[in-house]
Design a protein around this ligand. Sequence first.
Ligand SMILES: Nc1ncnc2c1ncn2[C@@H]1O[C@H](COP(=O)(O)OP(=O)(O)O)[C@@H](O)[C@H]1O
Ligand SMILES: Cc1ncsc1CCOP(=O)(O)O
Ligand SMILES: [Mg+2]
Length: 274
Amino acid sequence: MKKIADRASEIFPLKQAPLVHCITNDVSIETVANTLLYINAQPIMTNDVREFSELFKHTSSLLLNLGSLSKEKESALLMAAKKAKAKKKPFVLDIVGVTSAPIAFYLSQQLEKYKPNILKGNVSELRAFCGLKVSGRGVDSSEFDQTEEGMEELVKALKQQDSSITYLATGKKDLIVSKDETWVMENGVEKLQQFTGSGDLLGALIAALLGEGFDNLSAAIFALSYLNICGEHANKKLTSSNGLADFRHETLNQLSLLSVTNDNWFNQVKGRKQ
Ligand SMILES: Nc1ncnc2c1ncn2[C@@H]1O[C@H](COP(=O)(O)OP(=O)(O)O)[C@@H](O)[C@H]1O
Ligand SMILES: Cc1ncsc1CCOP(=O)(O)O
Ligand SMILES: [Mg+2]
């Protein structure tokens, strides 16, 4: 952790302004694009497969998000994943909604075969992905899926998935499972669950770090910790007259501020390797 912490102060804002191609959902698309700009990455939100050949010559990484699916988006997601594998372009797969959307679930299984660097979702989505019993519905996770036994069961199931992929399950505690290492991370505040797109923008942060050249595990740990510590700082700034929209606004503000005002932000990370 000490070695990682030494590098953390220099990560944000990103030095190389990676261009991140995002195929994401209609709900949080603007938040995702702005998130990338706030950390000095560049977003391009393109679903049109006719543009992919040219676009892939210029992009640093790719984000695929299964929220608000359509037939057209399904084809774009499959085509982008296929191209990413062929061109060795790093990509994140965010399996939004697989808990209760059978088409998204089937698509997540197909897309996994193209070997995303990171496959992420909330704890309920990752449980559904692994075929475990779930209480979560829609796109949100359930606290009943996050008991100690439930989390242990999920770690075991993730360890049996594809060992070339790093899996991230988010919630009160976050699990990162890669071939050789399992991490349990504990930053963040509950309010992060109460604005739509917090998971989606995390996917974009990870994709940006992959585009900047970070390895899978470092990209997951740095992006997750940065977002969650931004949320903690935002929460501290709120008074009783602030609502959840202010929390959202301040968390997004912190994406461009935290690294500048707290160059030792990584010392605030709570997490451990199992
Ligand atoms: N109860 C919680 N306490 C602290 N942090 C949380 C909590 N729930 C979610 N988070 C954090 O919020 C971010 C989004 O996670 P989550 O809400 O699980 O994703 P999604 O929006 O995809 O459902 C993650 O960084 C996660 O660690
Ligand atoms: C509400 C909603 N419906 C389809 S996609 C979406 C946004 C999901 O965002 P997140 O996964 O970050 O909660
Ligand atoms: Mg999500």
